[in-house]
Design a protein around this ligand. Sequence first.
Ligand SMILES: NC(=O)c1ccc[n+]([C@@H]2O[C@H](COP(=O)([O-])OP(=O)(O)OC[C@H]3O[C@@H](n4cnc5c(N)ncnc54)[C@H](OP(=O)(O)O)[C@@H]3O)[C@@H](O)[C@H]2O)c1
Length: 212
Amino acid sequence: MSRLTVSINFALSADGKISSAQKRPSGWTSREDHARLLELRKGADALMVGRGTLESDRMTMKAPHDPLRCVVSRSGEFDPEHPLFHTPGGAIHLLATEDRGRKGREIPGAILHRGSVEHFLDELAGLGVRRVHCEGGGELVFVLLERDLVDEIHLTWAGHRLFGGHGAPTVSGVPGEFLPASRQFELTEFDPRPETGECFLSYRRVREAGAQ
Ligand SMILES: NC(=O)c1ccc[n+]([C@@H]2O[C@H](COP(=O)([O-])OP(=O)(O)OC[C@H]3O[C@@H](n4cnc5c(N)ncnc54)[C@H](OP(=O)(O)O)[C@@H]3O)[C@@H](O)[C@H]2O)c1
């Protein structure tokens, strides 16, 4: 397994949801939340999102130090017209995990990888990446959690709003399969912001010897 660190960042509503509806941009919950999102990018060698988030949030995944910009897909159906492919920034690495009988679509200027998410992380480690920062969405993060690849969680608890709905996604996707085991994290930051009614939280994975 690769030795790089994987962190995730999400804004949560009071009901633990990350979005009011699939395919709708989540945006940021406050100016401070946006500032924190940019701050968290600073420590990353690579930024990563699922193709759903890339599409719904029209992400260009930029930071001043030009981290790699990674997008994960099963189908490899990347839209060459997406702004990501027309915005200068870090090198773009695309992952298509499934062939589904057709070749993942090559995008000029982007590097297309094939294989599992774990293999992709190993390939990024081979490129010198030490920290991957994933900004969603829930479907991709479910898989990262399922394979116990998440080392840090960063949350903006935006308890001033409810996204609501059984089908609205959470950090680990829409309600569905259980994780093979619960994952334990310890609190490393607790930063309430009364002026916005939000709270910034950070957690680090606790992996005890012999524990699941
Ligand atoms: N509140 C927040 O902080 C926050 C953060 C991020 C996103 N969001 C919101 O979440 C919603 C998007 O959620 P989502 O669950 O659809 O997003 P997602 O996880 O970003 O994207 C889902 C897509 O990613 C690919 N994917 C997921 N798991 C994969 C795996 N194991 N292997 C390979 N590819 C995989 C698939 O792409 P293909 O279809 O190409 O196969 C899948 O359709 C949007 O409304 C967005 O605004 C909110």
